[in-house]
Ligand binder design. Structure first.
Ligand code: PA5
Length: 504
């Protein structure tokens, strides 16, 4: 039997874009015309006066504006509770305008050189040292990137992620795909002490050294603090190529630092266009006109919703490619807001998949939900729907009206926006014109600023994460790491005091 034929399908535009990027053909991201047709926007029509308890009024939001403007100016002027120890943690604010073309060129030249030598690249890290890279690669490339041949990947190596969990089966399965391949890795950890990252790194480092001897050191990148920490020391000792996580930028705000840029350049994503998106949104988000500033409006809406009793923010998208971006938001917001019993739980969702699962809860369950949609307006590809003679499923009307999957994809957000609003769920939509690095850069900066503002509004520091440190310390103790004996004893005594309750 012959293989499946793709009927009425054009060439895959995502692949075509990737091939162009591989040839270093850039989009005209610096032009006014490009910026005008590629501006993301925030639609808050469905935020106000949803029926039922916990409704948000426009007057309520307007009354919050003076507070929002106050913290907006404090943030701009680096005032407030924004230190980690004695370091001011707002380095991400001006980073878009500080990155130089030379720096981007250096990164590209390193990654191009190594990409040409290897079949696969493994990015090792967790939290902010992982999620932004994965989200951006998935947002902008083919969803089965590693299964494509190299030409269709625009010459980029296969891209893998490790160190973001401690599942030996997952680790082993990934190794199966790396076996026999020439591999480069980038280990990313600001602290240099994160257990998951360190263990994944150790294993790969060991395999690479045993496979290639001294050559391995040319294929190992380290991205860490400029001067301190175990990884910095190791990079110096072993002469690894190293990149820097600035000490005034926390992990979840670091996608525009070398943390993100190296992995993105390795996947042929245009990092200059990415920076241009950040820069563009920075100008907008520093603006003082509340209703023209999506970061301020987004922060005010979320804060009003939280005050009105909303506990969960469903971040739903109509694009599989943007689902990981919703996951990036799941990391950015709760890790920044979750202090002192405050903050919204972010639940990333792919619609319409989740409409057939938690969609029931959103429509009719407890009214403690806010929704933020990430609506991709223009997908890379068009998929037409064929007509049938018998029209048994009744869908020929779509064909007769010339409508395709792209049209329906949009309604997958517009439909729930209307229905959920009437079910008592206020919602807002971030409209994202296209799958490109510019739009992603804009979105990331908008959200970084939004969560910084909402952290201030909640009355605490959005740039520290003592809760995450608490788990790290308990885990160090439980695995017997020297220096954590005291906590280990506390855990043991605690467990002795409590009776284990196991069922059955
Ligand atoms: O945002 C954060 O600070 C965290 O999510 C960190 O990025 C994460 O815990 C990983 O830390 P590190 O880079 O030190 O390994």
């Amino acid at each position: 039997m012959e293989g499946l034929k793709l009927i009425h399908m054009d060439e895959n535009e995502t692949v075509k874009k990737q091939i162009k990027r591989g040839r270093e053909e850039q989009s005209p991201f610096d032009s006014e015309e490009f910026r005008t047709s590629n501006g993301i926007s925030l639609d808050v029509t469905y935020m106000f006066d949803a029926p039922g308890d916990g409704s948000i009024s426009r007057e309520g939001v307007e009354s919050l504006i003076p507070d929002v403007m106050k913290v907006h100016h404090m943030l701009k002027n680096n005032q407030g509770d924004i230190y980690d120890g004695d370091i001011l943690m707002t380095g991400w604010q001006d980073l878009p305008s500080e990155i130089t073309r030379e720096h981007l060129r250096d990164i590209k030249s390193v990654t191009r050189g190594v990409a040409g030598e290897v079949d696969a690249f493994v990015s090792i890290g967790i939290g902010g040292s992982f999620v932004g890279i994965e989200a951006t690669v998935r947002a902008l490339t083919h969803q089965y990137f590693n299964q494509l041949d190299r030409e269709k990947r625009g010459g980029a190596p296969e891209i893998y992620f490790l160190g973001y969990n401690m599942d030996p089966d997952f680790f082993r399965d990934t190794l199966d795909l790396l076996e026999g391949k020439r591999v480069a890795i980038n280990v990313i950890s600001k602290s240099g002490t994160t257990t998951e990252t360190a263990i994944a790194f150790r294993i790969l480092q060991d395999m690479m050294e045993k496979s290639w001897g001294d050559k391995a050191s040319e294929l190992i990148f380290v991205t860490t603090d400029k001067v301190s920490g175990a990884l910095r020391k190791m990079a110096e000792q072993k002469d690894y190529r190293s990149f820097v996580i600035p000490d005034n930028i926390g992990g979840r705000y670091s996608v525009l630092t070398d943390v993100g840029l190296v992995g993105l350049a390795m996947a042929n994503i245009d990092i200059e266009e990415f920076v241009a998106g950040f820069k563009n949104m920075r100008e907008i988000a520093l603006g003082d006109d509340f209703w023209q500033n999506p970061s301020l409006v987004h922060a005010a809406m979320r804060h009003s919703a939280w005050r009105a009793g909303k506990k969960v923010e469903v971040v739903a998208t109509n694009a599989v490619s943007l689902y990981s971006v919703a996951r990036w938001m799941e990391q950015l917001f709760p890790e920044s807001e979750g202090h002192e019993g405050h903050g919204l739980w972010v639940s990333p969702s792919l619609y319409s998949e989740k409409l057939h699962a938690n969609g029931q809860m959103v429509q009719e369950g407890e009214r403690n939900i806010l929704e933020t949609f990430l609506l991709l307006k223009e997908h890379d590809n068009r998929v037409r729907i064929p007509g049938t003679e018998d029209n048994l499923d009744g869908l020929n009307f779509l064909v007769d009206s010339g409508l395709d999957m792209n049209f329906i994809s949009r309604k997958i957000i517009e439909g729930p926006a209307y229905a959920h609003y009437h079910g008592g769920v206020p919602n807002m939509t971030v409209e994202i014109p296209k799958r490109n690095a510019f739009n992603l850069g804009q979105l990331y900066y908008m959200m970084e600023r939004s969560v910084a503002i909402s952290g201030y509004l909640l009355g605490h520091n959005p740039f520290i994460q003592p809760g995450v440190e608490a788990y790290k310390h308990a885990m160090f103790a439980l695995i017997g790491k020297p220096g954590f004996e005291e906590i280990a004893r506390e855990i043991e005594q605690h467990l002795e005091k409590m009776k284990r309750i196991r069922v059955p």
